[in-house]
Design a protein around this ligand. Structure first.
Ligand code: NIG
Ligand code: FE
Length: 419
């Protein structure tokens, strides 16, 4: 089936020259076509242009199996790519949220057996089917908000058996959801209670048992480590990343959320695809990221929800870096996968221009999850994951009008999945 979207008020995020990501000043360049058409065939973007040139497409005149959509007054965007989530989990954690309101810090909650360990205990009791079912609901929700690709991490298992269980759930989701999904092994998310005081033994378990099994079953695309104060050290991170890389897993790590942890430096040293969080980023960290192929990824939902400092994004962009934005969807620090909200937070809290923020949730976040060759922009040959907005006055309205869903029709793999 083919789809022709006509009379598009503004076709946003088109790419005429292939770019895997945008950095520095390029981040404020957002190419669009006003009064445009977009043609989708066999699940891919097959062409686009100005309405005035549409007649020239003879193929369109002949083929009457084309579904036509009139997008008068509406805009088309490439679907959001959410490059950092933990959306497979069992149960919400609003009780800790109350603790947070009362003044406990994220680290204090974690030390009392709350936080990640709380989710780990709950995940242990859940079956694979239950986890798939709750995750599918979350995936359907993020689809309705315009997400077309999502990375999902393990990390609430924290034992070989339960980490494999989580990753099998993600593998199943890949087969049943229309979203493009990447899986990341995050055995080093926290030290489980039974390894308290023997953290190095847990690191050995990850290296000698978990990583080889994850690789043998082909359960993960990437490896992650929470390299931060109170969690895993630079040395431990280094060892685990090396072990992951031996099994073909590229790094995408949690770094510098709670302190200047050295995580950014370790990530860059091992050519991580992304380093994520980065609330504690100074001049040294920025210098280290320059000339690297590592995408700094900001998670404003977590900083907002936890009342943490915000990463110095303006300084990063003005130093020539590219940045990506992702939701961090998880039950502890960011219980929302709404990328429209993340887009707004990018502008409001990081002072990103709408163009910069839109690039950060599309092409740059596609890069941060390793899919920017096939997703993240409107380009011929890319997977047709796009959404049509409601009637909106301008693309700047997307971040401006925070909190309401501006997405009307979602097309994934060239098919309308909701409207
Ligand atoms: O990215 N920072 C570490 N991990 C998650 C939080 C997970 C949780 O609290 O359940 C994050 O914010
Ligand atoms: Fe995270």
């Amino acid at each position: 089936m083919s789809i022709l979207i006509k009379n598009i008020k503004d076709l946003v995020g088109i790419e005429t020259k292939t770019k895997l990501f945008l950095k520095g000043k390029q981040m404020s360049e957002l190419e669009t076509i006003k009064n445009a058409w977009l043609f989708i065939e066999n699940g891919k973007i097959a062409g686009f242009g100005k309405m005035t040139d549409l007649k020239a497409l003879t193929i369109l005149q002949k083929d009457n199996k084309i579904k036509e959509i009139d997008a008068e007054g509406k805009m088309v965007f490439p679907s959001f790519c959410d490059s950092h989530t933990h959306l497979v989990y069992a149960g919400s954690r609003e009780i800790e949220y109350i603790d947070k309101i009362r003044g406990l810090s994220y680290e204090e909650i974690a030390k009392r057996g709350g936080g990640i360990l709380n989710s780990s205990a709950r995940l242990h009791k859940a079956t694979e089917d239950e986890l798939v079912e709750s995750a599918i609901q979350r995936l359907n929700e993020i689809i309705s908000y315009g997400t077309g690709a999502v990375e999902i991490k393990s990390g609430y298992g924290l034992s070989t058996e339960d980490e494999l269980k989580m990753l099998r759930v993600i593998k199943k989701l890949k087969t049943i959801s229309p979203l493009t999904i990447k899986a990341t092994f995050l055995g080093a998310h926290a030290v489980p209670a039974e390894y308290k005081g023997k953290q190095s033994e847990y690191v050995e378990l990850i290296i000698n048992e978990m990583i080889p099994l994850v690789a043998a079953e082909d359960l993960a695309d990437y490896i992650d480590v929470f390299c931060d104060k109170g969690f895993f050290t630079e040395d431990e991170t280094e060892k685990m990343l090396m072990a992951g890389m031996k099994h073909g897993l590229r790094a995408k790590i949690h770094a510098n959320e709670l302190d200047y942890s050295g995580g950014i430096q370790v990530g860059v040293k091992y050519n991580a695809l992304s380093v994520d969080h980065l609330e504690y980023t100074g001049t040294k960290e920025i210098a280290c990221l320059q000339n690297s192929e590592t995408m700094p990824t900001l998670l404003p939902g977590a900083a907002f929800f936890l009342g943490m400092p915000y990463a110095p994004v303006r300084k990063m962009i003005e130093s020539g870096l590219g940045v990506a934005l992702a939701s961090d969807f998880n039950p502890g620090s960011s219980p929302s996968g709404n990328m429209q909200l993340i887009l707004s937070m990018g502008c409001i809290k990081y002072r990103m221009l709408p163009e910069e923020a839109i690039n950060a949730v599309t092409i740059n976040s596609a890069y941060a999850m390793g899919v920017s060759e096939e997703l993240g922009s409107i380009a011929v040959g890319k997977i047709a994951n796009v959404f049509i907005t409601k009637s909106i006055p301008s693309y700047e309205f997307m971040p401006y009008s925070y909190g309401s869903n501006k997405v009307e029709t979602v097309i994934l793999n060239g098919e309308v999945v909701n409207s």
